[in-house]
Design a protein around this ligand. Structure first.
Ligand code: NAD
Ligand code: LMR
Length: 336
């Protein structure tokens, strides 16, 4: 690529930009957390007309950050304007759940948003646009957006389960008293919900001597790994809501950066990450046509599901439970 091509800013659309997650996310992106320290960006920010004031304020503050990577800021309350020629779209704008709710309870209200935004992406975004859905229920919302954007490949639509993966890593790091970056290949399967399956079976931890040890061996407590660990990660979103009375914000923004970063820049050699993507070819026995979180590797801007992992009976049951829930959510979405 020419120098000019290399320095061309990436157009990143963020919806719900003035909300809890969006307003942190925009600063992370402007600082280079999503595309690295040299890549310029144009932020195309979408909000509801009711949030025009906070959106304007956010833009003023972004300006005042004097970020060298921030080439331009374009606020809008019109989806087609915000998605115009977008290279990346992070769809955050949606209602969050409160105490006592499950994420799928939001389907009724949020499904409509993702229909309209799918249609707008179809019309005006680049056909290569990479979409990361954060708004809940994220997997099914991504499926809806993709359904209404038939001219954009299905593989370009994803949902965020990286926050769950990061939660799993930090729990294990705490348990093992190891640095979080020394724990590899712990992944999330299925739905970003209570049925998700945080799976340590393929994970390794790098010991003080530099040797890689299987996580099961290092933890040496299958009862913990098969029970308390899984349920802590599954319920972490709810734990935060019960403490803060609102849902996670900065950790979600951080995970969205990790997700898009690895998709755009590539995963590290020998490492895989979790992304909820369209299921096809019955990989790992999962029904086709749902947005299911898999272990993936990314290269040249494309993800690929990791092949050939050994799956035990315990895991197969977990895969099925979360698949069943996604099939049920798909049915609910079709009825809306
Ligand atoms: P928030 O209410 O603080 O912000 C949402 C923003 O979206 C608001 O500013 C609102 O005006 C805007 N919005 C609503 N509808 C819109 C539309 N049609 N177009 C553009 N903007 C719109 O909520 P939040 O805490 O930032 O959470 C946003 C979503 O992300 C929620 O659905 C929440 O459950 C979800 N979430 C997902 C994860 C994940 O890991 N996948 C993590 C945390 C939160
Ligand atoms: C989370 O996991 O923190 C988010 O999905 C918010 C929620 O509703 O739990």
């Amino acid at each position: 690529a020419s120098k000019e091509e290399e320095n061309k800013p990436i157009r990143v659309a963020v919806t719900g930009a003035a909300g809890q997650i969006g307003s942190v996310l925009c600063f992370f992106i402007a600082q280079g957390r999503m595309f690295g320290p040299y890549q310029k960006v144009i932020l195309q920010l979408l909000e509801l007309p009711a949030a025009e004031g906070p959106l304007k304020g956010l833009c003023l503050e972004l300006q005042d950050g004097a970020y060298p990577l921030l080439a331009e800021i374009r606020p809008s309350t019109n989806a087609e304007e915000a998605f115009k020629d977008a290279d990346v779209a992070v769809l955050v704008g949606a209602k969050p759940r409160g105490p006592g709710m499950e994420r799928k309870d939001l389907l009724n209200e949020n499904a409509k948003i993702f229909k309209v935004q799918g249609e707008a992406l179809d019309k005006v975004a680049k056909k290569t646009v990479k979409v990361c859905v954060v708004g809940n229920p994220a997997n099914t919302n991504a499926l809806i957006a993709s359904h209404y954007a038939p001219s954009i490949p299905k593989k370009n639509f994803s949902a965020l389960t990286r926050l769950d993966q990061n939660r799993a890593l930090s729990q294990l790091s705490d348990k093992l008293k190891t640095r979080v970056e020394d724990i590899k290949n712990v992944v999330i399967w299925g739905n970003h919900s209570l049925t998700q399956y945080p799976d340590v079976n393929h994970g390794e931890v790098i010991g003080a001597d530099g040797k890689r040890i299987k996580i099961r061996q290092a933890v040496n407590d299958d009862n913990y790994l098969n029970d308390a660990f899984i349920s802590r990660v599954q319920k972490r979103g709810g734990e935060i809501i019960s403490v803060m009375k609102k849902s996670s914000a900065a950790s979600a923004a951080s995970a969205a950066c990790d997700h898009v970063h690895d998709w755009w820049v590539g995963t590290k050699p020998g490492e895989f990450v979790s992304m909820a993507v369209i299921s096809d070819n019955n990989k790992y026995g999962v029904a086709n046509g749902i947005i299911y979180s898999f272990p993936v590797v990314c290269k040249n801007g494309e993800w690929q599901v990791v092949n050939g992992l050994n799956i035990d009976e315990f895991s197969k049951k977990k895969f099925k439970a979360t698949e069943d829930e996604l099939l049920e959510e798909r049915k609910m979405a079709l009825n809306i």
